[in-house]
Each structure stands twice: as structure tokens, then as C-alpha cells.
Design a protein around this ligand. Structure first.
Ligand SMILES: [Zn+2]
Ligand SMILES: [Zn+2]
Length: 231
């Protein structure tokens, strides 16, 4: 995932929000994880962190695949709101895939951090003042991992294009916990119509084999919503 090219980004308020949300993100993410882990521990169900983490990584992979597919398939660069912020970056990325490597951390995850901040605030509030059952703690832990890895996916995607990513990133890529360059290469092959999931790509074999997104396009076509390319 990429965002606007230099020169097309928004004004000072948006830049302030991007920076603030990027700084807040690790604190809120870790707080939500720790509070939900304590909830699991208090209920004698700390083992649920394992299925919670796996589910969160799967949900994140699905969300990023869905958003990526939608941006690659629908709308135009001139579409209000999402045209410049979502459609254009993904389409530019197919033409100039290495440009993402030049983006700093705020440019890479700032926009998604803005969307995630209220969710993390909600997770922290629920665990600090609300329900304390094992089910609630498990739901918050899974949701926190889902949102956290969805936000971080822009960074995972950037590492998948970098020639020399950090050593920890390379280890996570080799373990297939985050998107590997080898796996992501399939999406960067014309006509760019497979392997949309970019958190770790775990769901891509299933989504590709079942032609999930082609089926979804067919269903949407029946509702009168046509892809912007090859419609
Ligand atoms: Zn794409
Ligand atoms: Zn890419």
C-alpha cells in the first residue's frame, strides 16, 4: 500500500494528525494488547493469545486483500475522497513498485494510524472500564492484533519491496509471518489480478484458487457495480 505522491498530499491539519496518530499507535496498540492479556490471565485463559494472534493475522490479511482488490479494481483517480488517497497510490504502485521504498514511516502508516487510533482507544476503554470476561478479553485481543497488523501492513509491504530490509523483518518474512518478496512477486505480474492479500499472504492460495475476487466482481456486477478496467 502506498499513499499520495509528493506534492499531492494534504494540508497541515492532515500532516499533524498523521504524525500524532503515528506516535500514538505503538502506545495504544501495546496498551490494548497488555490489558486484554491481563484479562485473559485473570480468567485463566492466557493460552487464547495463540489462536487470537493467528486469527488477527488472518483477519488482517483478509482486510488488506479486500481493500487492495477494491482499490485496484474500482474507482478512478478522480473519484472523490478515495481517488487520491487510495485508488491512485495502488495504481501508481503497479507502475513504479519501488517508489514505496522511499516513503518515511509517517508517509507509510500515518493514514491508517489515523483510522486505527479511535479503535484502539475503544479497545483500551473496554478493557479498562468494561467487560472483564475471558470472551471479552479474547475478542479485544483478537481485534487489537487485527487492527495492529492491518496498520503495519503498509510497512510489511514496503519491506517486501526493499532490497535490504531490517534483519528482524527478513526473519519474519522467512517465517512467513509477514509478506515475503517471493510471495508478493505474484501480484506484481500482469494483469495484477491475484494475490491481493499483503499482510502475510496466508489467504492468497485459497482466494486465488476459489477465484474469490472474480466471484465478488460478478456479484457486484449483478448489482450494477462494474470494475473500472475491463468492465
Ligand atoms: Zn495491486
Ligand atoms: Zn507491491
Amino acid at each position: 500500500m502506498t499513499r499520495d505522491e509528493p506534492g499531492t498530499s494534504s494540508g497541515p491539519l492532515h500532516r499533524f494528525l498523521e504524525r500524532s496518530a503515528t506516535i500514538l499507535f505503538p502506545f495504544l496498540f501495546v496498551s490494548a494488547l497488555l490489558l486484554s492479556c491481563r484479562g485473559l490471565l485473570d480468567n485463566g485463559a492466557v493460552w487464547l493469545v495463540v489462536p487470537g494472534a493467528v486469527l488477527g493475522l488472518l483477519f488482517g490479511d483478509f482486510i488488506t486483500g479486500l481493500v487492495h482488490w477494491a482499490a485496484d479494481t474500482y474507482g478512478e483517480e478522480s473519484t472523490p475522497v478515495i481517488g487520491r488517497s487510495l485508488v491512485r497510490p495502488f495504481r501508481v504502485h503497479h507502475v513504479r513498485p519501488l517508489e514505496i521504498c522511499e516513503h518515511g514511516v509517517v508517509e507509510t502508516i500515518g493514514n491508517t494510524c489515523i483510522l486505527a487510533t479511535p479503535l484502539f482507544a475503544l479497545f483500551v476503554a473496554v478493557m479498562a472500564y468494561g467487560e472483564t470476561s475471558a470472551a471479552a478479553a479474547f475478542a479485544v485481543f483478537t481485534a487489537a492484533v487485527t487492527v495492529g497488523v492491518t496498520v503495519a501492513t503498509n510497512q510489511f509491504h514496503k519491506w517486501a519491496h526493499q532490497e535490504s530490509p531490517p534483519r528482524l523483518a527478513r526473519a519474519l518474512q522467512r517465517a512467513r509471518i509477514i509478506l515475503s518478496p517471493e510471495h508478493h512477486r505474484a501480484h506484481h505480474t500482469a494483469p495484477f489480478e491475484s494475490s491481493y492479500a499483503i499482510t502475510n499472504g496466508w489467504l492468497n492460495p485459497l482466494l486465488n484458487r476459489t477465484r474469490f475476487f472474480r466471484q465478488l466482481e460478478g456479484a457486484l456486477r449483478m448489482l450494477g457495480i462494474k470494475p473500472s478496467k475491463g468492465a
